[in-house]
Write a protein that binds this ligand. Structure first.
Ligand code: NPW
Ligand code: ADP
Ligand code: K
Length: 512
C-alpha cells in the first residue's frame, strides 16, 4: 500500500483570497526577485526535469499575470536552446511584472504564433511539451470564444499525441476554489498532465473536475513565508493526516469493540445491509447486527452476523448505521424515527438521507438528536437535503458540505471524486485524496457506511471515524487497481477484505 509522504505544508489548502494576501505580503516586502520571476524559474526547473534535452515547446499565454509567468518561461526556455512557439491571447493593460516578462520574451528567440494557426489544425501538433499559462487564479468567467477554441484544440492534440501539458498555477478554466470547470457544461478547461501551483496548495486541485484536469499536482511555495494571519481553510485527508486507532488491550473482549446495527433491507435490498454489515465485521466491530425491514436474509458466508427483522431488534447501546437498502416506505420512515429517537451515535446513509430530505418530522427529530452523527450523501442525496440542484452541489462541493454540516449539525462526507469532509462548528474541511473511478459501482457506499459504523464502535469520534473511513475506503480501491482488480469490474464485496488489510496496515504503521 503506498503511504505517500507529503510534506506538511503541501497538505494545507488555501482559497484564492489567502493566496492573494500572500502575494500582497510578498509585494510589500519588495524582494529583489519578483514572485513572477520565481514562478517562471520554478516552471523552468520542472520543464528541464521532465525534458532535459531541449525540444519543441508550445506556450499558451493569457492577458494576466498567469500569461506573464508563461512569457517569462518562454524567454528562459528559448535562451536554454528550446524551440519555443508562444501563442498569446492578450487584452487590456499588463501589470508591471507582466510587461517586463513580455519584453524579455520579445527579445528572445521565442516565436509568436496566432491562435488561429492552432485552432485550424486538425492534424499534427509539432510539439513535445505544452505549457498552459492562459488563466490562473484570476479567471473570472467561463472561458469562451477563441480561448475556448484554443483549449479544445490543445486538449484534442495532447490526448491524441500524448503530449504532456504543464498547467501553470491551475489548469486554465478550472476554479482554484472549487475544482469545478467554470461555467459547468458551458465552460471548458485545459486537461493537464502536471499542474505546477504557486505559493500554496488549493482545494480546486483535488476535488470535483480536478481529478480529470489537474494531473500530477506539484506545489512550489516560491520561497514566500506564510504570515500567521493567512490561514488555510482546509487540509488534504491522506496518510499523513489520519487519526490513530485506539490500541487493543490484551485483556479485551468482544464488548470492548462495540456493537453495530445496520438498519435497512427493504424487500429485495438485503444486499446493501449485508455489504455494510460484513464491512463492519471485517473492520473490527465487536458484534454486528443486520436489521432487515422486510427482506429475509441469513448470511451463510458470514454466520457471525446476527440477521434479524429490524422491527424486532431491541436497541441497547449500539452504533446505528441507518439507510442501506432501507427504502422510502412508511414503515421505513417509522423505523428511522425510532432509531433517531434512541439518540445513539449514528451514521445516516442512502434512503435514510432521502427520507430525511422529504420529511419535516424526521428533520425535527434529528434536531433533538444530540449524540454524534455522520451523514454520507452522494451529490444527488446532498442536493435533496439542501434543496439545491446536483449541478449547484458539484459547482461548489465545499460550500455544499459545509452548509450540510451546519444545517444538520453532523459530520458530513460529501462523496464522489475528492470526497469533502466537514464538521459542525469548525470551518476547516478536508478533501480525501484516495480512491478512483473503480469505486463508481453499486454497493461501495454501503461499504463506506459500514466502515464508519465499525470505527465509531471502536471509539473514534465521528470526525476521526469519517476521515479514516474515507481514506481507507479509497486506498483499498487504489490497492486493488494496482493488482488488476479494477478499475473495471471491482465489486463492493472485493473492497471489504482490502479495507481490512489497509486498516491493519494503518494500525501497524502507527505502532512503529
Ligand atoms: N498570486 C501570486 O502570488 C502569484 C501569481 N502569479 C501568477 O499570476 C496569476 C494571477 O494573475 P492575474 O491576477 O493577473 O490573473 P490571471 O489568472 O492571469 O487572469 C486574469 C486575466 O484574465 C482575464 N480573464 C479572466 N477570466 C477570463 C475569461 N474567462 N476569458 C477571458 N479573459 C479572462 C482577466 O480579464 P478581466 O476579467 O479583467 O476582463 C485578466 O486579464 C496566478 O495564477 C499566477 O500564475 C505568479 O506570477 C506568481 C505568484
Ligand atoms: N470517481 C470516483 N472517484 C473516487 N471515489 C468514487 C468515485 N465514484 C464513486 N466513488 C466513491 O464510491 C462510493 C459510492 O457511494 P454511493 O454513490 O453511495 O454508492 P452506492 O449507493 O451504490 O453504494 C463513495 O464513497 C464515493 O466517494
Ligand atoms: K493556467
Amino acid at each position: 500500500m503506498p503511504y505517500p509522504l507529503i510534506p506538511a505544508a503541501h497538505l494545507r489548502l488555501y482559497p484564492v483570497s489567502a493566496i492573494r494576501a500572500m502575494e500582497q505580503a510578498s509585494d510589500n516586502q519588495q524582494a529583489p526577485v519578483s514572485l513572477m520571476e520565481r514562478a517562471a524559474a520554478a516552471a523552468m526547473r520542472l520543464v528541464t526535469t521532465l525534458m532535459p534535452e531541449p525540444g519543441a515547446v508550445l506556450i499558451l499565454a493569457g492577458p494576466g499575470d498567469n500569461g506573464g509567468d508563461a512569457a517569462l518561461l518562454a524567454a528562459m526556455l528559448a535562451s536554454a536552446g528550446y524551440s519555443v512557439d508562444i501563442c498569446a491571447l492578450l487584452s487590456g493593460a499588463l501589470s508591471a511584472d507582466s510587461q517586463a516578462s513580455w519584453q524579455r520574451c520579445s527579445h528572445s528567440s521565442a516565436r509568436r504564433i496566432q491562435a488561429e494557426q492552432l485552432t485550424a489544425v486538425h492534424g499534427y501538433f509539432p510539439y513535445q511539451l505544452i505549457i498552459d499559462g492562459l488563466f490562473g487564479i484570476g479567471l473570472s468567467r467561463p472561458v469562451s470564444g477563441l480561448a475556448a477554441d484554443l483549449i479544445r484544440a490543445v486538449n484534442r492534440a495532447s490526448e491524441l499525441q500524448r503530449i504532456p501539458v504543464i498547467a501553470l498555477d491551475i489548469p486554465s478554466g478550472l476554479s482554484a476554489d472549487t475544482g469545478a470547470v467554470v461555467g459547468g457544461t458551458q465552460g471548458i478547461a485545459i486537461r493537464a498532465s502536471h499542474t505546477l501551483s504557486f505559493l500554496g496548495n488549493k482545494p480546486g486541485l483535488h476535488t470535483a473536475d480536478a481529478k480529470d484536469y489537474a494531473g500530477h499536482v506539484i506545489i512550489d511555495f516560491l520561497e514566500a513565508s506564510v504570515s500567521a494571519d493567512v490561514r488555510e481553510t482546509g487540509v488534504l485527508n491522506c496518510a499523513n493526516t489520519l487519526p490513530a486507532m485506539p490500541k487493543r488491550a490484551g485483556n479485551s473482549h468482544k464488548g470492548s469493540f462495540g456493537d453495530v446495527l445496520i438498519a435497512g433491507g427493504a424487500a429485495g435490498m438485503s444486499g446493501a445491509v449485508l455489504l455494510a454489515a460484513r464491512t463492519a465485521l471485517f473492520s473490527g466491530a465487536g458484534r454486528v447486527y443486520a436489521g432487515m425491514l422486510e427482506a429475509i436474509a441469513t448470511d451463510y458466508l458470514h454466520p457471525e452476523l446476527m440477521c434479524r427483522p429490524l422491527q424486532q431488534h431491541v436497541l441497547q447501546k449500539e452504533i446505528i448505521v441507518a439507510g442501506p437498502g432501507l427504502g422510502q416506505s412508511d414503515s421505513a420512515a417509522t423505523e428511522l424515527a425510532r432509531l433517531i429517537a434512541a439518540n445513539h451515535t449514528m451514521v445516516l446513509d442512502a434512503d435514510a438521507l432521502n427520507l430525511l430530505a422529504q420529511q419535516t418530522p424526521l428533520q425535527s427529530a434529528l434536531q433533538q438528536h444530540t449524540a454524534e452523527k455522520i451523514l454520507t450523501p452522494h451529490p444527488l442525496e446532498a442536493a435533496r437535503l439542501l434543496n439545491w440542484t446536483v449541478a449547484e452541489v458539484q459547482a461548489d462541493r465545499i460550500a455544499a458540505a459545509s452548509e450540510l454540516a451546519h444545517r444538520y449539525q453532523s459530520v458530513i462526507i460529501l462523496k464522489g471524486a475528492g470526497s469533502v469532509l466537514c464538521q459542525p462548528g469548525n470551518a476547516q474541511y478536508r478533501i480525501n485524496t484516495s480512491g478512483n473511478p473503480a469505486l463508481a459501482t453499486g454497493g461501495t457506499g454501503d461499504v463506506l457506511a459500514g466502515l464508519c459504523g465499525a470505527l465509531l464502535a471502536q471509539g473514534l469520534t465521528a470526525w476521526d471515524a469519517a476521515c479514516l473511513a474515507c481514506w481507507l475506503h479509497g486506498t483499498a480501491a487504489d490497492d486493488l487497481c494496482l493488482n488488476g482488480t479494477g478499475p473495471v469490474g471491482l465489486t463492493a464485496s472485493e473492497l471489504i477484505p482490502a479495507i481490512r488489510r489497509a486498516l491493519n496496515q494503518h494500525i501497524a504503521l502507527g505502532q512503529l
